[in-house]
Design a protein around this ligand. Structure first.
Ligand SMILES: [Cu+2]
Length: 392
C-alpha cells in the first residue's frame, strides 16, 4: 500500500505553500506584476505573443513584458490600461505550481493507493488587485495531481474543512461506479468520508466536486487530475508539468478591484469574466512560469476543469511533437499545432525543445487571453540559428 499523502508533492504536501519558498515579499513583487503576461498580449497580435518571449526570456521577463504592455497602448478596458502598483489585498494564493507533481511510478505491480483530499474554501488572489473566495481541493487550483497505475485500488478519503460554508464531494472520471464517488463522499463541513475504486483504464482523467450546482463548485476552483499510468508507464521525459484551465464567473466585471463574488446568473448564461490557468490571472506567467532547457523533452498534462468552455490548447512558437488525444494513452498523434480539450477532459502533450525563448501557453480562442488566460514556458539554452534566426 502506498500513501500519496506522504509523497513529496502529494495532496497533503501541496497545501502549505508558504513553506515552499514563496515569501511574502516574493509574492507581493510577483502580484504587482502578475498582469505582465497577459498585458503583453494586449493588442492580440501573434507577433506580440511570440516575440515577447523569444527576445526576452534570458533577460528580465517581468520588465520586458511590462514594457510591452505600455508599448501597445490599447483599447478602453484592455489590460494595458491597468495599474500595476495596487497593493496586494490578501497574502494567500491558490495557484498550483505546475512543476510540483509526483514523478513517474517505479513499481510495475498494482497496489492500493491512499488519496487524501480536503476541501478548503479560502479568499485568495484572483488578479493583482482582486481576490475571490475559492472553493478548492487541498487549498490549490487545480487540486493535487494524483498518480496511480492501472490496476491499482484507489482509496479516497475526503474531508470537508470545518470552516467551509458549503458541502463538497469528489467525482473521479477515472472511477467506474455511481457518480465517480460523488454520493459516497458528500460531506458537510467538518465531515469525512471514504470510498475506493479500481483504476481499470489507463489515461489522464479529471476529478471535480459534484455537489449541485455542480458548475458553480467547479467554476469556483474544485477540479484536478489523476493520471492512471499504463502497465509499462509513459515514456521517459526530462520534465513534466501540470496545467488546468478554468473560467470564473464574477458579479463584478473583469478587472474590478477588491473581493469579487461569484455570479450564478452569469454562469447560467455561460458568460465568464475570467479565464485562468492554474487558478488565477498570472499564475503561470509571473508567478510560476514553467522552466526548461534547450534539448529537453517536456510533457504537459493539460486538463479543462471548465465548467463550460472547450479549450483550443496551443503553445505559441511550438508544435506538439506528440499528443495523447483526450488523455487516452492508446493512440498518440504526432505533429499537432492546436488540440481541442473539452470541459471535463484532458490531453497529454510533449514538446522537444529546440530553441530558447519564452513560449506562451494559450487557449487559441484568444479573446480569453484578454480575460486572463496565459502561461509561460521559458526555455534557456544555446541559440539554434539553423531552426530559428532573426534576420536584420
Ligand atoms: Cu464543492
Amino acid at each position: 500500500m502506498t500513501d500519496q499523502s506522504k509523497a513529496p508533492h502529494s495532496a497533503a504536501a501541496t497545501q502549505p505553500r508558504a513553506e515552499e519558498g514563496v515569501t511574502a515579499d516574493d509574492s507581493q513583487l510577483s502580484r504587482r506584476t502578475l498582469l505582465a503576461g497577459t498585458a503583453g498580449l494586449t493588442g492580440l497580435t501573434l507577433g506580440t505573443l511570440g516575440l515577447a518571449g523569444a527576445a526576452h526570456a534570458d533577460h528580465e521577463p517581468r520588465t520586458s513584458a511590462r514594457a510591452h504592455s505600455h508599448g501597445h497602448g490599447g483599447h478602453a478596458g484592455s489590460l494595458s490600461g491597468r495599474a500595476y502598483s495596487i497593493p496586494t489585498l490578501v497574502d494567500d494564493d491558490v495557484a498550483h505550481d505546475p512543476a510540483a507533481i509526483p514523478g513517474p511510478l517505479e513499481r510495475r505491480e498494482p497496489t492500493t493507493v491512499q488519496v487524501h483530499l480536503e476541501t478548503v474554501e479560502k479568499e485568495a488572489l484572483l488578479d493583482s488587485n482582486a481576490t475571490f473566495r475559492y472553493w478548492t481541493f487541498n487549498g490549490t487550483v487545480p487540486g493535487p495531481f494524483v498518480r496511480v497505475r492501472v490496476g491499482d485500488t484507489v482509496e479516497v478519503t475526503l474531508r470537508n474543512h470545518e470552516d467551509s460554508w458549503m458541502p463538497h464531494n469528489v467525482d473521479f472520471h477515472a472511477c467506474t461506479g455511481p457518480g465517480g464517488g460523488a454520493e459516497a463522499t458528500t460531506c458537510f463541513p467538518g465531515e469525512e468520508k471514504s470510498f475506493r475504486f479500481k483504476a481499470l483504464r489507463p489515461g489522464l482523467y479529471v476529478y471535480h466536486c459534484a455537489v449541485p450546482p455542480v458548475a458553480l463548485h467547479i467554476a469556483n476552483g474544485m477540479y484536478g487530475m489523476i493520471l492512471v499510468e499504463p502497465e509499462e508507464g509513459l515514456p521517459p521525459v526530462d520534465r513534466e508539468f501540470y496545467v488546468m484551465q478554468g473560467e470564473i464567473y464574477t458579479h463584478e466585471t473583469f478587472g474590478s478591484s477588491g473581493l469579487l463574488t461569484d455570479d450564478y446568473n452569469k454562469m447560467m448564461d455561460e458568460k465568464p469574466e475570467y479565464f485562468v490557468l492554474n487558478g488565477h490571472v498570472g499564475a503561470l506567467t509571473d508567478h510560476y512560469p514553467m522552466k526548461a532547457k534547450v534539448g529537453e523533452k517536456v510533457r504537459i498534462f493539460f486538463g479543462v476543469g471548465g465548467p463550460n468552455f472547450t479549450s483550443s490548447f496551443h503553445v505559441i512558437g511550438e508544435i506538439f511533437d506528440k499528443i495523447y488525444p483526450n488523455g487516452s494513452v492508446d493512440q498518440p498523434q504526432k505533429d499537432v499545432q492546436t488540440v481541442l480539450v473539452p470541459a471535463g477532459g484532458a490531453v497529454i502533450t510533449e514538446l522537444d525543445l529546440k530553441v530558447p525563448g519564452r513560449f506562451v501557453l494559450v487557449d487559441h480562442s484568444l479573446t480569453r487571453a484578454e480575460r486572463g488566460l496565459a502561461g509561460w514556458l521559458e526555455v534557456e539554452g544555446e541559440e539554434n540559428p539553423e531552426i530559428f534566426e532573426e534576420i536584420a
